[in-house]
Design a protein around this ligand. Structure first.
Ligand SMILES: Nc1ncnc2c1ncn2[C@@H]1O[C@H](COP(=O)(O)OP(=O)(O)O)[C@@H](O)[C@H]1O
Ligand SMILES: O=C(COP(=O)(O)O)[C@H](O)[C@H](O)COP(=O)(O)O
Length: 387
């Protein structure tokens, strides 16, 4: 089941027919009795690229065996926010909204308020999944704003929960083995949300702009503070290489705490501060080019290591030249990052640091799973056979 545009109802949702369900479900690696399930949290505001990142990650883990879970309790067409590969399941936490859109009109609260989330059910079901149990998870329909009939979710070795509040509730936070926050600058986030909500959720420009304004206080109160305690942050900022009013060229920073299971990615040599413009005979660059950096930094009260990229590639295959100078990437062979990026070259952000660091973080999640479970996960794109 290779995702195609015809399977997309929106960036967040897949529409499939019942026949795909068994195919998708049969792909999933069956958990052994002693198998450990690790739980990863991905947090960000609405429109920040969580679903886009999760599709890239699911493709990286599952090779071509990727698809929507589907499998609801009826056998008609089925819509789901849940994405699976043979090793991973991605759950959208909007499915734990306490009310549907009409219910929020009654309460007068936005979807970003903590009081609008069913944290008791979220904790109960994520705890069950981590214990290897199957759950009947509700589905939030982003197109018509309703809470749809539940779908059966069977745990895979890696379960990723993405949404507005993955570690807002202390009980859920304690279940998470690793956390990633997507910190997108206001102007870029606004452009992405407008683009998506108009194209895929049927909103008008005026409606999306009004919703963005209405939600700001609740974002600052309930969602944004999670970034201070995340294990890593992918930060997307406007470029510093040139004046770019359209926000098409991105400066992307991977901000990483060092934890027992996570050794930060670096450029050239660990702990040094490096700034590198790789454009030249090995890397083709059109204006304004590419600038990479790496080194120790601070993130709120934490010592961190940052690796960053400003600008974009012209030729993705030349990424292998940059990849050679990255350390601690958790790749299983020289060139795996480039190979995974080429496999997902149609995804948004592929030519800039957002696709690069999402790919690296996906490989690091694989490494965290291997460290915690003692199991191995093969690279889904095999190393080229030496000539
Ligand atoms: N790295 C990126 N570069 C450019 N556009 C992106 C990137 N990531 C996401 N987008 C776009 O931003 C919009 C919102 O992305 P989405 O993944 O739906 O966000 P979320 O799931 O956080 O609400 C979509 O139109 C998507 O194509
Ligand atoms: O903002 C989000 C998160 O979705 P995402 O992160 O995918 O944008 C809410 O789930 C919906 O917007 C609900 O409100 P409504 O359906 O009324 O917009």
């Amino acid at each position: 089941f290779v995702p195609t545009t015809t399977n997309f109802r929106s960036a967040n949702r897949w529409t499939i027919k019942a026949k795909d369900t068994s195919f998708t479900r049969n792909l999933m690696m069956k958990l052994g009795a002693d198998d450990k399930v690790i739980l990863i949290g991905v947090a960000a505001d609405s429109g920040c690229g969580k679903s886009t990142f999760m599709r890239r990650l699911t493709n990286i883990f599952g090779g071509s065996n990727v698809g929507p879970l589907g499998g609801g309790f009826d056998n008609g067409g089925w819509e789901t926010n849940t994405l699976v590969s043979d090793t991973t399941t991605v759950i959208c936490l909007d499915d734990y909204h306490a009310n549907d859109r009409s219910g929020r009109k009654v309460t007068g609260r936005t979807a970003l308020e903590a009081a609008e989330q069913n944290f008791d059910l979220m904790y109960e079901q994520l705890k069950a999944l981590k214990e290897g149990k199957t759950v009947a998870k509700p589905i939030y329909n982003h197109v018509n704003g309703t809470l749809d009939r539940p779908e059966e979710v069977v745990p895979t070795p890696i379960v990723i929960v993405e949404g507005l509040h993955p570690w807002y509730d202390a009980r859920v936070k304690d279940l998470l083995d690793y956390t990633i926050y997507l910190d997108i600058s206001d102007e870029i986030k606004r452009a992405w949300k407008i683009q998506r909500d108009m194209a895929e959720r049927g909103w008008t420009l005026e409606q999306v702009e009004a919703e963005i304004e209405k939600r700001k206080p609740d974002f600052n109160k309930f969602v944004g503070p999670q970034k201070e305690v995340a294990d890593s942050v992918i930060q997307v900022l406007p470029t510093e290489l040139t004046n770019d009013p359209e926000g098409k060229i991105l400066r992307v920073r991977l901000i990483q705490k060092e934890t027992g299971d996570y050794q930060p990615v670096y450029l050239f040599d660990q702990g040094s501060t490096v700034s590198w413009i790789p454009c030249g005979t090995k890397l083709t660059c059109s204006y304004p080019g590419i600038k990479l950096g790496s080194g120790p930094d601070r993130w709120f009260d934490n010592a961190v290591n940052v690796v960053e990229m400003d600008g974009q590639f012209d030729k993705l295959e030349e990424l292998a030249y940059v990849e050679k100078h990255l350390g601690n990437t958790a790749s299983k062979y020289d060139g795996e990052i480039t190979a995974q990026m080429l496999k997902n070259k149609g995804a948004p952000g592929t030519l800039n640091g957002s696709g690069l660091f999402q790919t690296i973080v996906s490989l690091k999640i694989r490494e965290v799973y291997e460290k915690l479970s003692g199991k191995k996960v093969d690279a889904s794109v095999k190393a080229p056979v030496a000539a």
